[in-house]
Every structure is written in C-alpha cells, then in structure tokens.
Design a protein around this ligand. Structure first.
Ligand code: AMP
Ligand code: GLY
Length: 413
C-alpha cells in the first residue's frame, strides 16, 4: 500500500518538498493543502486553511495520512503539529512551544543563552551600531540594521508600529549561511549548507524580502564544518528544548553569520527555508520521505547525513513591486522552455485562471538548475530564467555570483 503524505503550504518550498517526496523509494500518494498549480502536477490539492488546526486534522483523518509535513511557520506557531500529534498522526514539524524558537526572538535568545550557543549579545539601549528586532513573526520585515542615529530613529518608529516588544542586539559582520537540520527531538541530521539572498536588489541593496535566490552547497563549508556547527548550534538547542519538556521535532534552521570571532546565530527558524529548500533538496542524495518519517517517529538515531551531489542555483522571479506588493492575473509563459533548458521550475505565487497560468503574489517562480559546480549551475540557471516571460516581473542578476567566482567561506572554528 502506498504511503500517504500530506504537505501543508502553498509556496515554492512546498513545491520543492513535494517534488523530492515524489521520488521516494516507497510508493507514495501525495496530497497538499492548499498547494499551488505546480504542486497540483505532483499531488492532489485540498483547498483548506492551512493555519486552522481543526481543518488540517479533519483532512489528515479523512485521507488516513501516514505522515504530515508542515512547510510554513504560521501553522506550526498556531499549533497544527500539536493537534495532529495528539490525534496520533505522525507529523514533521514542531509543536507550538518549540516553534517559539522562530515565533519569539526573545524566547530564542533565552534558549541560546541557556544552551551556550554563540549569538549576538543583547544590548540595553538602541545606540548605533546595533540591530533592532520586533519580537514576533514579521515575515522578514521585523529587523532593522542600524549604523547611524537616523537608522535607529527610523527603526524604532517603524518597528513600534508592528506592535510587538523590541529587542536590541549587537551588530555582527560577515557572510551568512543557512544550515538545516532534520530533528527527532533529540538527534539531528544536517542537510547541505546554503546561502540565500534576502535583499530585493542586486548588490544586496534595497529592503529585505522572503528571499530572491539561493544556492547550495557553500564552498568552504564541508562535512567537518557542518558537523562542528551541528554540535555547537543545533544539538545544544535540541537538548535545551527537550529538558524543558518541549522537544523539537522538525526542521531546525540556523541562520548563521560567519564573523571573525567564529560563527554566530542570527536567528532560528522552525521550518525549511524558502528559497534555500529549492536548492538544497535537488542536490540531496537519498530518500527524503524516509528521513522525515524517521524524524517524525523519533527514530533518527543511527541515520547518517544524506550526501549531496553537485550544486544547485535558484533564481526567484518576483513581481516588479515585490516586496511592497505582489501581482495578480498577469500571464506566465516560458516554463516549458525553461524546463527544456534543464531547469526545475518551482511555483510560488501562481494561479490558474481559465486555462491560463497567471501570477498570484510577490514571489512568482523559483528557477533551479543543477550543475557539477556552482558556476556551471549558475550559468544555466540564468539561461533558463531568460526563457520565462512575465510582464513587469524582475529577478536579481547576482545570485551565487561570488561563489561561482571562487569565493570560499572561512569558518573560525
Ligand atoms: P532575522 O530575521 O533575525 O534573520 O534577521 C534578518 C536579517 O537581518 C539577517 O539575515 C541579517 O542579514 C540581519 N541581521 C539580523 N541580526 C543581525 C545582527 N545581529 N547583526 C547583523 N545583521 C543582522
Ligand atoms: N530564506 C529565509 C527564510 O526562509 O526565512
């Protein structure tokens, strides 16, 4: 009998998850809620509210799901995983308490300090240079890096408008990487390291976004470095959360800055990163379903990190007005041409209107290409992006440029 899997979410990350889960060695029947037109090619989509625990439970029961994989943070913070777990359904994703590692920056800081994980220090007052953060979930818009007093004034007034308490911390400098670990509450298995590109425009200019592109793996962050980071960052957090009676089962995402004093945590997320997932999963060797199912059932001990083959680069095609706004109803053309050039085209903000695929959001598509090296993948990713036609859309031209030109991360471990 086929293993029945339900993926919760509707973005590019969930399309990449569905794509990788569809390659499982066991026969798999995929469902998604609510899904998107790209996911609909791989899974049966169910139009429910992903953030309503009772709706998700009713769907998972009616489908007799063997595993539920929760993509975004909002359903996790809303307690979807708790409700499923209490009902005896295996779920990959933390309960609301452990999801607080992303949902509350002050909780995350407190856990890091208790667990001895290196991170930016908290500062008592906002004085430049510093970073001002809103405490709750803010979809990437809750952080302002302040180098001048004007920045501080602007940060305090902008973030106060979000209504949550503010946190002030030390301004760190250095390249950033994202390191994902699949966790069963106690043990963690690392996935290949990635970099994402958060700013809207080339040269890291403009406002923060959900992410305009990514690549994996990161030159200079090999198996030894990944193991050291896992031991220094993810495992102490897992043990701290377990001790508190709120074990973390799911994907623990560490956003790290490689400072001259060593790697420090900028943030934790309680789910796969978007668009890093679109680069990480295509290079992952091995069976993602087996790995996530083992984590969901507390059974990761003895499972080794899956290997990675080659490199992947993902370029996000967004609405011209993103992140301030999105676009709706503009026809999307050229996906088949991009696929013909070897690309995986992951849908994010798309919809079907009549017979036509149209835009439906800020980030519209992620175009991923695999290659032997980052340079090779990058060249072909841009060729494929060139085949996509969406009036008024844009993309960054410098995704993975440094890594393709010989930049290597150096970790002061
Ligand atoms: P966060 O939502 O905490 O990941 O922050 C979003 C972005 O703000 C990060 O990816 C960094 O680029 C930047 N950032 C956050 N905290 C710091 C810090 N302490 N020092 C420098 N940059 C930071
Ligand atoms: N790419 C950043 C995030 O998923 O939060």
């Amino acid at each position: 009998m086929a293993v029945r899997v339900l993926v919760i979410g509707s973005g590019g990350r969930e399309h990449a998850l569905a794509w990788k889960l569809a390659q499982a060695s066991s026969a798999t029947e995929l469902h998604a809620a609510p899904g998107n037109p790209g996911i609909a090619r791989l899974a049966e989509c169910h139009p429910i509210s992903a953030e309503d625990p009772d709706d998700v439970l009713a769907l998972a029961r009616s489908l007799a799901c063997d595993l539920v994989v929760v993509g975004p943070e909002a359903p996790l913070v809303a307690g979807v995983a708790d409700v499923l777990r209490h009902a005896g359904i295996a779920v990959f994703g933390p309960g609301a308490a452990a999801a607080g590692i992303e949902g509350s920056k002050s909780f995350a800081k407190e856990v890091m300090v208790a667990a001895g994980v290196p991170t930016a220090s908290r500062l008592p007052v906002a004085r430049p240079p510093c970073v001002v953060k809103a405490d709750g979930l803010a979809a990437g818009k809750g952080v302002v890096v302040c180098r001048t007093q004007e920045d501080v004034d602007r940060a305090l007034s902008e973030l106060a408008a979000l209504g949550s308490p503010l946190l002030i911390e030390e301004l760190l400098e250095g390249p950033e990487i994202s390191l994902f670990a699949v966790c069963d509450g106690r043990t963690a298995v690392a996935l290949p390291p990635a970099q994402d590109f958060k700013r809207a425009y080339d040269g890291d200019e403009g406002p923060n976004t959900g992410g305009m592109g990514s690549y994996a793996p990161v030159p200079g962050v090999g198996d030894d470095e990944v193991t050291a980071l896992l031991e220094r960052v993810h495992l102490p957090v897992l043990s701290e959360l377990e001790q508190r009676g709120t074990p973390f089962v799911g994907l623990l995402y560490a956003g790290l800055m490689l400072t001259s004093e060593g790697p420090k945590v900028l943030e934790f997320n309680c789910r796969f990163g978007d668009p890093e997932t679109q680069s990480v999963l295509p290079i992952l060797e091995g069976d993602l379903l087996e790995l996530l199912a083992a984590a969901a059932t507390g059974d990761l001990a003895g499972i080794r990190s899956p290997g990675a083959g080659g490199a992947a680069v993902t370029v996000v095609v967004s609405a011209g007005s993103y992140p301030a706004a999105g676009d709706r109803g503009t026809p999307i053309r050229g996906i088949e041409a991009a696929e013909g050039l070897g690309a995986l085209v992951f849908h994010a903000g798309t919809a079907v209107r009549g017979e036509e695929l149209v835009t439906n959001g800020g980030r519209i598509l992620g175009v991923t290409v695999l290659g032997e090296t980052v340079a090779d993948a990058r060249e072909r990713a841009y060729a494929a992006v060139g085949a996509i036609e969406i009036e008024g859309s844009r993309y960054r031209r410098d995704i993975a440029e440094a890594a393709a030109s010989g930049w290597t991360a150096s970790l002061e471990l």
